[in-house]
Design a protein around this ligand. Structure first.
Ligand code: 13P
Length: 258
C-alpha cells in the first residue's frame, strides 16, 4: 500500500507572517493526520521557519521548490542539496513546468538535480507534463515519457519510496481546468508502467505518483479515488488553510478507475 501525499507548492508567495499564520491554521484544521503524508513546499526564505513549525508533527514534511546539483562553490544564487537538508527539507520539487518554461531547465538539468537530491537523501518530487499544444497534437504520452526517461535514466533507486513523480499538465496549472480523473489516471498509469520498465515492478508499485493542476477541495475526492493516483501537488488552493486542510482530509471514495 502506498501512503498518499498531499503536497502544497506555495510557489513565489507569502511573507513570513502570512506563512506562519497559514501553517498555524493548517495544523489546527488538519493535524493529526494518519495514513497520509503532507509536504509543504515554501519558497527559500521560509524554509527554516516553516521547518521549525513542523518539528515533531508526524506525517508533515518540508520541501524546497528547487535545488542545484553542485555541493558548494561559486554558484551565486543557488542552494545545494546539503543546504536544503540543513534547513530541514526531506523532499525537493524538481523540473516544475514553471522552471522549465521561465528558467530553461532541461531534462538533463533535471537528471543532475534528481541524482544530487537522491545522493543527499532528499526525495525528489519530479514534475512532468505536456502543454496544451502538445496535448491537442496527441503527444501527451510521448512528452511525459521523454521527460521521465530524461530525468531518471541510469539513476540508482533502491526503494520506490525515495522518489515521487507529479504529473502536472501545463494547461491545467492555475487555469481552473483540471484533467478528468479518468484522464489523469490514464497518463499516470502510463508513467507507472514506464517506472516498472526502468526500475522493475517492485519499485514501480512503491513510487508515489501525484496529479497536479487546479486541484481543489471540490475535486480532490474523485482524483484520490483513482487506483494509480497517490496524491496531489497543489498550487493556488494550498495558500488557504481551510481549502488545503480539506484537501489533506480528503474523503476516500470507492475506487473509480480499477
Ligand atoms: P495550481 O494548483 O494553482 O493549478 O498549481 C499546480 C502546480 O503547479 C503545483 O505545482
Amino acid at each position: 500500500m502506498r501512503t498518499p501525499i498531499l503536497a502544497a507548492n506555495w510557489k513565489m508567495n507569502l511573507s513570513r507572517r502570512e506563512a506562519k499564520n497559514l501553517v498555524e491554521d493548517l495544523l489546527k484544521a488538519a493535524y493529526p493526520v494518519s495514513g497520509r503524508e503532507v509536504v509543504l513546499c515554501p519558497s527559500f526564505h521560509l524554509l527554516t521557519e516553516v521547518g521549525a513549525a513542523l518539528q515533531g508533527r508526524a506525517n508533515y514534511f518540508l520541501a524546497a521548490q528547487n535545488v542545484y546539483w553542485k555541493e558548494s562553490g561559486a554558484y551565486t544564487g543557488e542552494l545545494s542539496p546539503a543546504m536544503l537538508r540543513d534547513c530541514g527539507c526531506t523532499h525537493v520539487i524538481i523540473g516544475h513546468s514553471e522552471r522549465r518554461a521561465y528558467f530553461h531547465e532541461t531534462d538533463k538539468d533535471c537528471h543532475s538535480k534528481v541524482e544530487a537530491a537522491m545522493q543527499n537523501n532528499l526525495v525528489p518530487i519530479l514534475c512532468v507534463g505536456e502543454s496544451l499544444e502538445q496535448r491537442e497534437a496527441d503527444k501527451t504520452r510521448e512528452v511525459v515519457l521523454a521527460q521521465l526517461q530524461g530525468a531518471l535514466k541510469g539513476q540508482s533507486l533502491s526503494s520506490g519510496d525515495r522518489l515521487v513523480i507529479a504529473y502536472e499538465p501545463i494547461w491545467a496549472i492555475g487555469t481552473g481546468k483540471t484533467d478528468t480523473p479518468e484522464g489523469a489516471e490514464q497518463t499516470i498509469s502510463v508513467l507507472r508502467q514506464e517506472v516498472a520498465t526502468m526500475f522493475g515492478e517492485r519499485i514501480a508499485q512503491q513510487v508515489r505518483l501525484l496529479y497536479g493542476g487546479s486541484v481543489k477541495a471540490d475535486n480532490i475526492d474523485s482524483l484520490m479515488a483513482c487506483t494509480n493516483i497517490d496524491g496531489a501537488l497543489v498550487g493556488g488552493a494550498s495558500l488557504k488553510a481551510d481549502g488545503f486542510a480539506r484537501i489533506v482530509n480528503y474523503q476516500a471514495q470507492a475506487s473509480l478507475a480499477n
